[in-house]
Design a protein around this ligand. Structure first.
Ligand code: URA
Length: 234
C-alpha cells in the first residue's frame, strides 16, 4: 500500500497532507524518514511513526451510531446534515459510509464502516439479515392489522415479505424486517390505514443498539461486535 494512502486510510491526513508530512520529515518507516509519499509499505509488517507516534494499522473501521432526528443517511449532502457529520474528522477521512439507510426522522442504530464488501453482503437480500424497529402509530393497531402486516402488504406495487410484529401497547410495538424498501415501515402502516409517528431501529442482525449511547453519540464496535458483523455476513 502507498504510504500516503495508508496515512489517509488510518485517518491521519488527506493524501495531499500526507505528502506534506512526508516532505517535512515527519513520517518514519521502520525508523528511517520516508522520502516519498508514494513509497510502498506493508501495513502488516512495517512500523510507521507520525510525529514520533506509531500509526497502528486497522484494515476496517466499524462504528455504532445512535442517530438523532434531522440527519440524512448519506456521506455528504449539499443541504442536509449527514450522519457522517456526527463522527470525528479523523474517522470521516477513512471513507466511512452508513451501512443501509434510515429516514431523516428515524432514530437509532446506524453502523458506519469502510468495509464495502462486508456492508454489501450484510445488506444483500440473499442474507435475510433482520432489523428490529420500535414504532408508534397514530391509531390503535388491531390483531387483524398485525396479521396483515406479518403476512405482507402491498406498499405500492410491491408486496412486503413476511415479518414479525409484536405489540407493546394499543398504538406501539416492535417490527422485525428482513428487507429494507424505501420508507418501508411507514408505507406498511399506511397500507393498514395508519401512520407512523415514531420509528427507531434497535438492532441490525445480531448487533444491538447500545443503551448507553445517547442520541447523536457513537462508539467503535467492540471486538465481539466486529466478529458478529463479519459473521452475520458469512
Ligand atoms: N422504514 C421506514 O419507513 N423508515 C426507516 O427509516 C426505516 C424503515
Amino acid at each position: 500500500m502507498r504510504l500516503d494512502k495508508f496515512l489517509s486510510n488510518m485517518g491521519k491526513a488527506t493524501r495531499s497532507e500526507g505528502g506534506k508530512l512526508v516532505r517535512a520529515g515527519k513520517v518514519l518507516v521502520n525508523g528511517v524518514p520516508a522520502k516519498k509519499s508514494d513509497m510502498q509499505i506493508n501495513p502488516d509488517k512495517d512500523e510507521v511513526l507520525l510525529n514520533g507516534v506509531p500509526v497502528t494499522y486497522k484494515k476496517f473501521t466499524y462504528i455504532m451510531l445512535n442517530k438523532p432526528e434531522g440527519y440524512v443517511s448519506a456521506t455528504d449532502d449539499p443541504n442536509e446534515k449527514t450522519v457522517l457529520d456526527l463522527v470525528d474528522p479523523e474517522d470521516r477521512r477513512r471513507g466511512l459510509f452508513p451501512c443501509g439507510r434510515l429516514d431523516k426522522n428515524t432514530l437509532g442504530l446506524v453502523i458506519l464502516t469502510n468495509d464495502g464488501e462486508g456492508a454489501h453482503r450484510l445488506l444483500s437480500p440473499k442474507h435475510h439479515v433482520s432489523k428490529v424497529y420500535k414504532f408508534e402509530a397514530l391509531s390503535p393497531i388491531s390483531q387483524k392489522d398485525v396479521e396483515m402486516l406479518e403476512g405482507g402488504v402491498d406498499i405500492g406495487g410491491y408486496v412486503t415479505k413476511p415479518c414479525k410484529v409484536t405489540l407493546t401497547g394499543d398504538t406501539q410495538g416492535e417490527i422485525t424486517l428482513t428487507e429494507g424498501k424505501y420508507h418501508q415501515i411507514k408505507r406498511m402502516l399506511e397500507a393498514v390505514d395508519n401512520k407512523i409517528t415514531y420509528l427507531e431501529r434497535i438492532s441490525f442482525g445480531t448487533i444491538e443498539l447500545d443503551p448507553q449511547l445517547k442520541r447523536g453519540e457513537w462508539r467503535y464496535l467492540t471486538q465481539k461486535e466486529e466478529e458478529l458483523f463479519i459473521k452475520q455476513n458469512g
